[in-house]
Design a protein around this ligand. Structure first.
Ligand SMILES: [Fe+2]
Length: 308
């Protein structure tokens, strides 16, 4: 899932991206879609969202991950997005992503179960998938990465808008993230981000760690010999953003700017940070996550003249 954060203080804005959930005493969950959601007026889709959220909410650590009974319409959305991304990835994805995607070998004709994603990933990097009904608190989401556990939604975007969703659906989680989690160069970064989230104490420091994640592992771009490429799961799970990212405002990799820049996930990301190489991401961002503390983050911000 996307640990989407908004403001610079402790008031997270994920609730506006993850539809809020209502838990009933009988264990069922209903999803409150916003009026502008493509599936808001579709009772069949809303029932599916409720059923899948209930399935995930009833899962407990240690349980087998439950299979979702995806409909043919849901599989068709996956097929459309997978097909659209094949050529776009070859043209615009960074080499480590392409290597991970190739190694993973996801089905393109149907939505794989999270159980199957784990079966593919675990032998490669040790990562496993576990179901999220909706928003998982930032510290829990990241902390799990340190244990090579990835919280993933299971629902699918509405069929009326297959190529775009502001919500992190199973297409984002699996085509975007699992392709990266199949490559050990990426998983070292995910695990370091997880360790950082567990190490820092203040919400402000956690937000900084999260925003650096956002501008790298979700929306990072990198220069390769044949041009600008995307390596972030947020870009590479969206056909629209994979087509458009090179036209966005591009800035050099900068920890303090990434860690303090506000962003809005409801539009294509207008500002992206470009690494000179994936090795630079590993050195600068991975190195930061491996050692950062509340004090070191404050010191970085102070040196850069950023607001405390
Ligand atoms: Fe994500």
């Amino acid at each position: 899932m996307c640990p989407r954060t908004g403001g610079g203080d402790v008031v997270f804005e994920e609730a506006s991206y993850f539809a809020p959930l209502d838990h009933s005493e009988d264990g069922t969950v209903s999803v409150r879609l916003g009026k502008d959601h493509p599936g808001f007026a579709d009772p069949v889709y809303r029932a599916r969202r409720d059923a899948l959220a209930t399935l995930a909410a009833q899962w407990r650590p240690g349980d087998a991950v439950p299979d979702a009974d995806y409909t043919e319409e849901e599989h068709e959305v996956w097929r459309q997005v997978s097909a659209a991304l094949v050529g776009l990835h070859l043209a615009h994805a960074a080499q480590p992503f392409l290597e991970g995607k190739e190694t993973l070998g996801l089905p393109e004709d149907r939505i794989p179960q999270l159980r199957e994603v784990t079966e593919l990933l675990a032998p490669l990097t040790g990562f496993t998938y576990q179901p999220a009904a909706g928003l998982v608190p930032l510290r829990e989401f990241y902390g799990s990465l340190a244990d090579r556990r990835f919280w993933s939604t299971q629902y699918v975007r509405h069929h009326s808008s297959p190529l775009y969703t502001p919500e992190p659906d199973v297409i984002h989680e699996v085509i975007g993230h699992a392709s990266t989690l199949a490559n050990r160069r990426y998983t070292a970064l995910y695990e370091a981000a997880g360790a950082a989230a567990r190490r820092v104490e203040s919400e402000e420091a956690l937000q900084f760690v999260s925003k650096v994640f956002w501008f790298t592992l979700e929306f990072g771009v990198v220069r390769e010999a044949d041009g600008l490429k995307a390596y972030g799961a947020g870009i590479l799970s969206s056909p629209g953003e994979t087509s458009e990212f090179s036209h966005m405002e591009l800035e050099p990799l900068d920890l303090v700017r990434m860690g303090t820049t506000e962003y809005d996930i409801t539009v294509y990301q207008p500002l992206l940070y470009v690494a000179d190489s994936f090795a630079q991401v590993e050195d600068v961002v991975g190195g930061f996550w491996e050692t950062c503390t509340d004090d070191s983050i404050e010191a970085l911000k102070h040196e850069a003249g950023a607001p405390a």
